[in-house]
Design a protein around this ligand. Structure first.
Ligand SMILES: [Ca+2]
Length: 348
């Protein structure tokens, strides 16, 4: 092979490689532009920018600078499309949240912050085991507070997730205000795929309205301060109507009455709000294992458990737990974890 020929071949190969490189670069770039590009040119961002400058007095250049760095994340869109509460049965859900390990870690966490739990209980009337179970289910007592940058998750959901765009645009607006008030770093703060932050996973609007400075150091910090988190969860429950000392839920049995053809379907799983009263459920053949006041507001649930269908009657306090996360599986996991923890922390 002559030098000339070799040189021609290598030039050809170089061109080939270059062309391939250009194609690869363009493909990668266009994918990145779609998946990870910033939001400055996005129509919804521009409307948002006008709004927050006008309503909240932010400087336009500050917001633009911040969003130069905000990225759309497809993993966030995938996560919100299939939340655990919608795709899992109760049998599967309990395997995740009601483990021995989660209960054991809860006892360790309680011991460490016992004084704060006691104070939260006496200040807000919410039992320690409920506060503890919330923090346990949300973040395994602060060991998993979420790794998405909040600015990315809220931008992605506000600007690129039409079904919840309105809600997350509001959360994004709240996040900017929260940063000013609580000294949160807008660029580095991380949380869940839905922008929930800290030990108790408060979304920005909840953080602004329900978080409290429970250790009195002059700062409200749910991200690094477990004491503020404990007080804030209790305050959230108190503000949502937790009734001190009242029951939460009870398993029930379905006794089909002779001669009656109707079944329970029209009354079970009819939303989270307790719209019926206990005597309505009794009349339909759903009998609580625990004695309840016949006039108490109640909701009837049927869950697919490990041994087949389970019936439960939820009272007002069960509904209050669902104000934290609008799911009966979530509230049931919190309740059952709290019941496991209760006898173990009572005499600590
Ligand atoms: Ca504090």
């Amino acid at each position: 092979m002559s030098l000339t020929n070799r040189s021609t071949i290598s030039t050809f190969r170089l061109i080939q490689r270059y062309a391939l490189g250009v194609i690869l670069f363009c493909t990668t770039y266009s994918l990145e532009a779609k998946n990870e590009g910033n939001y400055l040119e996005h129509k919804k961002f521009q409307a948002f920018l006008e709004k927050v400058v006008k309503e909240d007095g932010h400087k336009k250049e500050d917001i633009v600078a911040l969003f130069q760095d905000a990225k759309r994340k497809d993993s966030i869109l995938e996560a919100i499309a299939r939340p655990a509460e919608k795709r899992l049965t109760w049998a599967k859900y309990q395997d995740i949240f009601l483990t021995k390990k989660r209960a054991e870690k809860g006892i360790v966490f309680y011991k460490k912050y016992k004084a704060a739990f006691k104070k939260a209980e006496s200040t807000y009337g919410v039992p320690s085991e409920i506060i503890l179970a919330i923090i346990g289910v949300e973040t395994r007592y602060g060991s998993n507070k979420g790794s998405y940058r909040v600015i990315d998750s809220l931008s992605t959901l506000a600007f690129d997730y039409p079904p919840r765009s309105k809600f997350f645009t509001k959360q994004l607006q709240q996040f900017l205000l929260l940063a000013k008030e609580a000294g949160i770093d807008l660029k580095t703060t991380t949380g869940s795929y839905a922008g929930a932050m800290g030990f108790p996973q408060f979304i920005p609007s909840s953080y602004r309205h329900y978080a409290v400075d429970f250790d009195g150091d002059g700062k409200i910090d749910l991200i690094n301060n477990p004491v503020d988190a404990i007080g804030s969860v209790a305050n959230y429950f108190n503000e949502h109507g937790w009734i001190t000392g009242a029951q939460v839920t009870s398993p029930a049995r379905y006794l089909k009455q002779q001669g009656k053809t109707s079944d329970l379907e029209p009354i079970v799983n009819q939303g989270l709000k307790p719209k019926l009263i206990v005597s309505d459920l009794t009349a339909a053949g759903l009998i609580s294992d625990t004695p309840f006041n016949a006039n108490a507001s109640a909701t009837a649930m049927k869950l697919r458990g490990k041994q087949g269908d389970e019936y439960w009657i939820g009272l007002k306090n069960f509904y209050v737990i669902t104000r934290y996360n609008h799911s009966k599986l979530y509230a049931m996991a919190v309740y059952q974890l709290s019941e496991t923890l209760k006898p173990k922390i009572t005499y600590l």
